[in-house]
Every structure is written in C-alpha cells, then in structure tokens.
Design a protein around this ligand. Structure first.
Ligand code: XBP
Ligand code: MG
Length: 256
C-alpha cells in the first residue's frame, strides 16, 4: 500500500513567483517616490536588476544611497528619509497594482485553485510589505484572493529578510507544520537559500531577473508551471522532467 503523502501545505514567495512584479511594479514605484522628493535618483531596468541582490525595499534604497553618497546615507536623518520614501513607494505600488498593471504568472491561478480544492493549505513567505501582497492578491484573484492563504508572512514581521530563513520559519510555526510536510515556490537564489535554510524543498521557477542565477540545491527548477498543451520543462531531483505542476505531482515529490 502506498504511503500517505506527507504534503500538507504549499508556501509561495510573491515577487517574481506569483507575478513578475519587479520591473514594471516595484521599480516604477521606487522611481515615483524618488521623483516626488526631488532626489534625482532613477533606477533603470539594468541597475534595478543589480540592486535586487539586496532584498527588501528599505534595505535596497539604503544600499544604493551608500553607494552614491556614503556620508548622507549614514547621517542621523537618513532612516527617516528612507522610511518616508518607502511609505510613498508602497502607496505608488498599491495604486499601480490596484489599476491592474500586473498579472499572475501563467498557471499560478490554476495551481492555487487546484491545491485549495485538493485540501492543501496555502501560505505566503515574502520579503515585500503586507499591503503590497494584499493589493496583488485582490487585483489578480478578486476580493476573495487574500483569504485563499491561511497565513501571510511578509515584510518586517521578521527582523532579517531573505536569504535569512526567518520568514519561512515564521510561516512554518504559524502553520504548525514541519518543513517536510510543505513545499516552497520561489523564483530567486535569495528565496531558495531562505527556504533551504528553513529545511524546505523548493520548486524554483526563475523569472526575468533571476534566470541566470545558480539554483543548485533546489528540489526542482522549471521553466513554468506548465499546462496540458504546453508542459513545463526542467529538472526535478536531479533528473530531466516535463509535465504539468499539479497537486498529485507535488504530493509525489514531497514523498520521494
Ligand atoms: C522581493 C523583494 C521586495 C520588493 C520590494 O523579494 O525583494 O523587496 O522588491 O518590496 P522576494 P518592499 O521575492 O524574495 O520576497 O519595498 O515592500 O520591501
Ligand atoms: Mg521572489
């Protein structure tokens, strides 16, 4: 008799995983906040790609500031300016997303609905601000979107952002589950490291800004979630794999 699968929950990253939010969402919102305060900062697509190595918007701004003006960035009033910029940036991001500027990545809605319908629990572990998560879920999944997720770990709820495992450990504790009963979905190396350090297996689907990263150690690295007419391709547990990522498959993977 086959063993019952241990899989109980799927834990999703948000930025880059549920949706491609960085280039046309976060980056644009940062630039609007910079312009509002007349800073003369402008993050183009290539620069933003490099800055993504620093996770978290406040941390990213401070890192950039230190690079162009170390004295200003270390001055006593710097944290207040960063906080003000971040409040404005969040407002712009929520507004952009609320206008429908960003869509879910292909297959995300299908997988979330199938997972929910098959009794899997859903959670979120992200570096981004909770308001951003709420806005994205509402605009893409409707007003019932946020309630699909039993637990949302986001932003400053933990002291250190990914690749620190804190956010995944926080979510696991909230779910009351050991890592072996969950799978993480990620798009970036920082996210993979965070999940792995929390003891989780990850399914990594790289995105526009992360496709050249090295995902050694991921349980699966795929080019998408796949659909019947266009299966996903990639590597699972060290072997080539092609198919549709759906709950039955995930239960097998969790058991392997
Ligand atoms: C996402 C991020 C976030 C966003 C900005 O990383 O790094 O910082 O770019 O969000 P991950 P805030 O997908 O690994 O969670 O400005 O709200 O911090
Ligand atoms: Mg991400």
């Amino acid at each position: 008799m086959p063993l019952a699968s241990p899989l109980q929950a799927l834990i999703f990253d948000v930025d880059g995983t549920l949706a491609e939010t960085e280039r046309d969402g976060h980056r644009v919102a940062f630039n609007r906040a910079f312009a509002e305060l007349g800073l003369g900062w402008e993050w183009d697509e290539a620069l933003y790609g490099r800055l993504l190595a620093v996770t978290g918007g406040k941390e990213r701004m401070l890192h950039y500031w230190r690079g162009i003006d170390p004295q200003g960035a270390d001055a006593a009033d710097a944290p207040a300016l960063v906080a003000e910029l971040h409040r404005r940036k969040t407002r712009h991001y929520v507004e952009l997303v609320g206008r429908g500027a960003l869509a879910l990545r292909p297959g995300v809605r299908r997988l979330l609905e199938q997972a929910r319908d098959s009794g899997l629990r859903l959670a979120i572990a992200t570096t981004t601000t909770p308001d951003n998560v709420d806005a994205l879920l509402r605009s893409t999944l409707g007003d019932a979107g946020p309630a699909m997720f039993e637990c949302v770990g986001a932003g400053d709820i933990v002291p250190r952002k990914k690749p620190d495992p804190g956010i995944y450990l926080w979510v696991l504790q909230r779910l009351g589950l050991p890592p072996g009963q969950c799978l993480a979905f990620e798009d970036s190396l920082a996210g993979l490291r965070s999940a792995s350090a929390a003891g989780l297996r990850s399914v990594v689907i790289p995105g526009a800004y992360t496709r050249d990263e090295d995902f050694d150690g991921a349980w699966a690295v795929l080019d998408g979630l796949g659909e019947a007419t266009r299966p996903a391709r990639g590597r699972v547990a060290g072997s080539d794999w092609s198919g549709v990522v759906e709950p039955a498959r995930l239960r097998e993977w969790a058991q392997a």
